[in-house]
Design a binder for this molecule. Sequence first.
Ligand SMILES: Nc1ncnc2c1ncn2[C@@H]1O[C@H](COP(=O)(O)OP(=O)(O)O)[C@@H](O)[C@H]1O
Ligand SMILES: [Mg+2]
Length: 233
Amino acid sequence: MTSVIEVKDVCKTYFMAGGTSQSVLKHVNFTINSGEFVAIMGHSGSGKSTLMNILGCLDRPTSGEYLLEGQNVANLSDSEMAKIRGKRIGFVFQNFNLLMKRTLTDNVSLPLIYQNVSATARREKAFQLLDHVGLKGYEDRLPTQISGGMQQRVAIARALVNDPAIIFADEPTGNLDTRTSNEIMDLFTELNKQGITIVLVTHEEDIADYAKRLIMIVDGQIQYDGLREEYKP
Ligand SMILES: Nc1ncnc2c1ncn2[C@@H]1O[C@H](COP(=O)(O)OP(=O)(O)O)[C@@H](O)[C@H]1O
Ligand SMILES: [Mg+2]
């Protein structure tokens, strides 16, 4: 097993104006291997998004080490971090984060503009991915013309556009009804079967059930890390 994520003694403290500070992650340790499907759970404010931001190279730990595919992220410049985000990581958020005035094709293909891919190849890739997430025939629609579940499918297609090794999803079903949530989770399950490592934040038990492994965070510390089915609250 190759580890894609190694978190070693990671702490995160936010320093606020007026000299106050808040210690949000406290000596967090875990490793995630290639091909795993992990759910991170915890109450609101427990530090889940803070941890995801660090894992996704959107923020840095205050102390400790984070190795992504063996690379120590602490030693990387902001532009090197951005490069890794663009090439190795796909993001899916609760509020979809789509450009509402651009077509679905544009939304999916936009990240490729920064990779010097021709317009024709971009469009082809977007069509292929929209088909893959069940949106064939919707290529030229706007996000405002489709449902929330479909918008999240577009966001997943966009996350896949650079063939990422890992997908980080922060409460991806938080704005969706139960049926649509399950469809989105089936899609993540399929992507995981194809070899993509999935790290998912949720506060819903039913959604966490899709993951094999559960990491439970309480007040910035790991309270449980093991098989989802063996977790006893
Ligand atoms: N940029 C920030 N600056 C200061 N405090 C923050 C910042 N981001 C998050 N926090 C605080 O850190 C704590 C954990 O937040 P967060 O990681 O978003 O938790 P969760 O995603 O589990 O709800 C909260 O108390 C929040 O107010
Ligand atoms: Mg959060």
